[in-house]
Design a protein around this ligand. Structure first.
Ligand code: SF4
Length: 286
């Protein structure tokens, strides 16, 4: 995200990441060498008219966004993923979606792609599935084998228990959850969608929410007239995101007051150019 901010910033602006150790473990599940290998193998198998459109989730490195920009692809967020998938299928025959297989699968299913037209690509063991040529030829979406550890904690059993404990409860989940969890919920959607649905719900309504615990706490604080809790009883903080702690923000702000820019994020111009192309395609859809 900090890299994307730098890519989209004006030349006079600087982007600071308060703690350079912060990040996203899901984003780290795809790297440029693996994606380029996948791209090459897919084209070797499917031929030059494979018609593959690469789509990367916003939670990915700048060089993966640049890869998408340079290869006719695009970036998506959890909010606009349905619109982006629709765009991608207007440009080509199939989609390579990385790094989160679950957002890709849930969005593709919503779009109408059948389960047998979805293929999971394991970068640690590429082309390891049976009848690879036939499976790939039949594929509409190739899902990178990545996931969000935080959203993987949610389960159908938790939903069933919430429904027993709180009859009439509304269950709302993020699309980074597994498909069976999304199917068992009442509603699913992006962070923005979850916030909106709960905000506009009547006072006294009850909500079980499947997303990062700090967000659930914030929504609960902002909606004291509703009963809101996280579906995971054993708390699910995102350890990598949590590294942006107020103390780090205070530290970089104090340094700024002394005239020092520390922990600046800077993307090289070639990468920034192509990443901007992919980001702009997404922004144009809005
Ligand atoms: S919750 Fe954490 S690991 Fe999951 S997508 Fe967000 S930043 Fe990445």
């Amino acid at each position: 995200m900090a890299e994307s901010a730098d890519v989209l910033s004006e030349p006079h602006q600087k982007v600071i990441l308060p703690n350079p150790a912060a990040g996203c473990s899901m984003a780290d599940m795809a790297n440029i060498a693996e994606v380029e290998e996948c791209w090459e193998l897919l084209h070797e198998t499917l031929g030059d008219d494979a018609g593959i459109i690469p789509v990367t989730y916003m939670n990915s490195a700048a060089n993966l966004k640049a890869f998408c920009g340079a290869n006719g692809g695009i970036v998506c967020t959890s909010s606009n993923a349905p619109k982006v998938i629709d765009w991608a299928f207007k440009q080509g025959k199939r989609v390579l979606f990385f790094p989160d297989q679950h957002l890709g699968r849930n969005t593709a299913a919503h779009y109408g792609i059948a389960a047998d037209q979805m293929v999971v690509w394991d970068p640690k063991d590429p082309m390891a599935f049976d009848d690879a040529e036939e499976v790939l030829a039949n594929s509409k979406i190739i899902l990178w084998k990545g996931h969000c550890s935080t959203h993987m904690r949610f389960s159908v059993e938790q939903i069933e228990k919430a429904r027993i404990d709180y009859p009439g409860i509304n269950v709302i989940v993020h699309p980074e959850c597994r498909q069976e969890v999304v199917n068992a919920a009442d509603l699913y959607g992006s962070t923005e969608y979850i916030i909106e649905q709960i905000e506009k719900a009547p006072a006294g309504s009850q909500w079980a929410v499947a997303t990062e615990i700090n967000l659930v706490h914030r929504i609960a604080q902002e909606n004291p007239d509703k009963f809101i809790f996280c579906l995971d009883p054993i708390v699910c903080p995102c350890s990598t995101m949590y590294r942006i702690h107020p103390a780090y923000v205070a530290w970089v702000l104090e340094e700024l007051l002394d005239g020092n820019v520390i922990n600046q994020i800077s993307v090289d111009e070639e990468t920034a150019h192509w990443a901007r192309v992919a980001l702009q395609r997404m922004l144009d859809l809005a």
